[in-house]
Design a protein around this ligand. Sequence first.
Ligand SMILES: [Zn+2]
Length: 349
Amino acid sequence: MARYQAAVRRAVAAEQPDLLDRAEHCSADGEALAPIGRTLGHQVRLQWEPPGQAGRSAVALYTISELRTETPAGVVRMGSAGRHRISPQVPSPPFEVSVESVVARRHLDDATAARLGEFVERLRDDGSHRGLIVIAPHGGDIERHTDAQARQVADRLADHAVSSWSCLGFDQEPGDAYRRFHITSNDLHAASFPELGAVIGRGFRYAVAFHGFRGEGVLVGGAAPFRLRAAIAAALEEVLDGTGQPVRIAGPDDVLGGSNPSNVVNRLTANGRSGVQLEQGMRAREQFGEAIADAVARVFAIRLTRPPVPPSRASIPVSIPASRPTFPSASIPARLRQWWSDRRQPPGR
Ligand SMILES: [Zn+2]
């Protein structure tokens, strides 16, 4: 793992509105980042040692949303919400942090990660198939039950070509995992998540993501064709019938619709347009999480036994970048998205 020491400073209000709006984002100097192998769009892990509390370091993940020349180069800038993302106890800036290139602690087992309030990344994959990948980017305590759902779908479909990828972030203080570890699906960069990096270019026929939101029931989104999303919604309606849990298919204007080509669930698919994203309320996950996962598995079991559409008849593939290369600085839709996301968080963990 590579790292450097940096001073956290305030965002420059007039020039960095994106940092004021988005707690997950920070700016850093490209010259300081290069030696640790990080650059624009990557994620880094920041570690802060509270004074007088050796060994009780606070950790949070951030996306480098802007490269900014600093003097000295070891400066990281963020808004107030970004600074408090690492800990509510951080002092007024500047304060010292360690900037680390490796975001997940892969060597920890889940129980140890939970005990330490840590963040881990998991992949189950045979290294070659291109069928279905089931993902939970915000598992553990970030969006509870979602990693178990992803695992369950992979288990149910073990006879087919299925992989699963999950990130699990755990509370250090009660309820802080979402604040410290949530990286939005559009930003997740394969360079910072080696297990994701192993599959991001594979070109899966299907991908499905399990998430949690503050709403009720299940929102079936993603860039996948309406027909597939409708089939999943119908299967979910069947198992949730009479439970009071609504099932809705996301429309093009749904803020949590997951249809953005930058969304990791879409990037994982061969044509960039075959991801399915499930946003689920807390009660849906808690009480019906297994039934939901089984219903999703049944829909894909049927599809995975059919041969893929031959290339001549398939829709024309589009080139989707492995990650979003640049960040529009506070475009209106981004700010609207953040406004919405601020109001839905934490997602009823
Ligand atoms: Zn999520």
